[in-house]
Design a protein around this ligand. Structure first.
Ligand code: SF4
Ligand code: SF4
Length: 355
């Protein structure tokens, strides 16, 4: 197959974090054992430039814990390669916001999952809501584009509207909604949504007025093929149509110790190679890697028979792997749930009951 350059790279800049969220998919806290040093980070930036990655998302852990993020911004400043941050907001003060403005970053997103009570509980940190509020204001004062990323789970599924109202009041630019996956700290938790919750989530989003004042978009683990999805699907897919997992195709992920994955959300079993052994360019262009998507993977269960299977290929690989233990099948698919329910209805109420 023709290997294209990655459009979007998510870079775990460090696994160190100053919070210990109950739903952290990477169990962040301590840094990985042997994280890249500044010199290695800068070498990697050159390789990212060579690969012409459109957008680089620096996250953690908490990316601002490292003190060399500014060098990365300086490296990409004035190029067409955009840099954005995903942060928990605790360290973001006026000084940092001014620097981000100076380097004209694409934007910064903070994690917020609900009202003050809900967020502080899920984030396992009293005061996290207020800290995010402050960070949002500080960044907005500097004219930065500010987004919020929310994980939907059993604890906040019934308060989506309240969260929406908060974000409108805060004048947030974009809201990314994703599911809490059973990964990392959330692996054994009871937070993971079920089929009824998926329908509730879709209905809650539908209730939001069409003239909404906030750009809302679904992350890759929510879907698929509902009528209004084209308006909620992220922009790297054609016309908002879900075209299956792009890990190793248009998306890539880097771990803080130099591991290369098709997508950072995938667990570390999916690390293909390490930039300490050979360059990111060489790894990305290796035809033998990322085979689960470049060659393809088997579909299972309902997904195998699904009308959309060719396009969808069984949904988000990370969600599939974390919930089913393999790729090519997920339970949390809107299309699957609706189809099963209409099948059940017609089984219970057959149009031509036998006499
Ligand atoms: S049932 Fe499976 S293949 Fe079909 S749309 Fe849903 S996730 Fe995709
Ligand atoms: S694993 Fe999921 S989040 Fe990652 S690229 Fe694939 S669909 Fe997107």
């Amino acid at each position: 197959m023709n290997i294209r350059n990655p459009q979007y790279l998510v870079w775990e800049f460090t696994l160190a974090c100053n919070m210990r969220c109950k739903l952290c998919g990477s169990s962040a806290g301590k840094p990985r054992k042997n994280e890249l040093n500044t010199q290695e980070v800068m070498k990697l930036c050159e390789q990212i430039r060579e690969l012409k990655v459109n957008r680089i998302s620096l996250m953690g852990g908490e990316p601002f814990i490292r003190n060399d993020w500014e060098l990365v911004l300086d490296f990409f400043h004035g190029t067409e390669q955009e840099v954005e941050f995903i942060s928990n907001g605790l360290l973001v003060d006026k000084k940092i916001a001014k620097k981000l403005r100076h380097y004209d970053i694409y934007g910064i997103s903070f994690s917020l999952d609900g009202t003050e009570e809900i967020n502080d509980k899920l984030r396992n940190f009293k005061g996290s809501y207020k800290a995010i509020r402050r960070a949002v204001e500080t960044c907005q004062e500097e004219g930065l584009r500010v987004g919020i990323i929310s994980q939907i789970n059993k604890y906040n599924i019934n308060s989506i509207k309240e969260l929406y109202n908060i974000l409108v009041e805060w004048q947030i630019d974009g809201w990314q909604i994703q599911l809490t996956n059973p990964l990392g700290n959330a692996k054994a938790s009871k937070l993971i949504v079920d089929e009824d919750d998926i329908i509730l989530l879709h209905d809650s989003i539908l209730e939001i007025p069409k003239d909404r004042q906030l750009d809302i978009f679904f992350a890759d683990d929510i879907g698929y093929f509902c009528d209004y999805e084209p308006f909620l699907r992220s922009s790297y897919l054609q016309n908002g149509v879900w075209l299956g997992c792009q890990a190793g195709l248009l998306v890539s992920g880097l771990t803080s110790d130099g591991g290369v994955k098709g997508c950072l959300s995938l667990p570390d079993e999916f690390i293909e190679d390490n930039v300490r052994k050979r360059s990111f360019v060489e790894i990305w262009n290796d035809k033998n890697l990322f085979s689960y998507n470049r060659i393809g993977h088997e579909l299972h269960g309902f997904c195998r028979e699904c009308d959309f299977a060719k396009l969808c290929k069984g949904g988000c690989s990370s969600l599939a792997y974390s919930t089913m233990g393999h790729l090519g099948e997920i339970k949390h698919c809107w299309h699957r749930i609706m189809k099963s329910r209409s099948q059940q209805d017609s089984d219970q109420n057959p149009l031509h009951p036998q006499e």
